[in-house]
Design a protein around this ligand. Structure first.
Ligand SMILES: [Zn+2]
Length: 115
C-alpha cells in the first residue's frame, strides 16, 4: 500500500531531524562520472578521470587512472585502471572507514567482506 509506506518514511526522517542529524542520503550503488571542476565537492561514488585534467595528470603518478570518492564515506582516493576495470579490489584509504569494494562492468559497486 503506497500511501502507508510514505507515512512511515516521513516519520523516520522526522526522528533524525529531532536529533539534529541531517537525513542520510542512500549510499550510491554505482559510480558517477563527474567533471574535474567537481573535484573539491565530490559526493560519495563520484569519479574524475585523471586524463581529463592536465594539472591532475601531471600531479599524480602515471599508474593511477582516476580519483574516486569512496561510496561509503566520500574520502577521495586514487584508483588504477585495473581497479576501474574491476580486476582489482579498491580499499578506502580513510582511517575512519574500512570500505572494500570492486567496480563491476556496469560501474556498480560490489562490496567485499574485509579480510
Ligand atoms: Zn570510505
Amino acid at each position: 500500500m503506497p500511501a502507508k509506506r510514505r507515512v512511515e518514511k516521513t516519520q523516520a526522517r522526522g526522528q533524525r531531524e529531532r536529533r539534529g542529524e541531517p537525513p542520510l542520503p542512500a549510499p550510491p550503488s554505482s559510480l558517477r562520472h563527474v567533471p574535474e571542476e567537481t573535484l573539491g565537492s565530490m559526493a560519495p561514488g563520484d569519479l574524475v578521470f585523471l586524463g581529463e585534467s592536465e594539472s591532475l595528470r601531471s600531479a599524480v603518478e602515471s599508474i593511477f587512472f582516476a580519483v574516486l570518492a569512496c561510496p561509503a564515506c566520500g574520502a577521495l582516493g586514487l584508483i588504477t585502471s585495473a581497479q576501474y576495470a574491476g580486476l582489482a579490489p579498491v580499499t578506502c584509504g580513510s582511517s575512519q572507514c574500512s570500505c572494500r569494494f570492486r567496480i563491476d562492468e556496469e560501474g556498480q559497486f560490489v562490496h567485499l567482506p574485509l579480510n
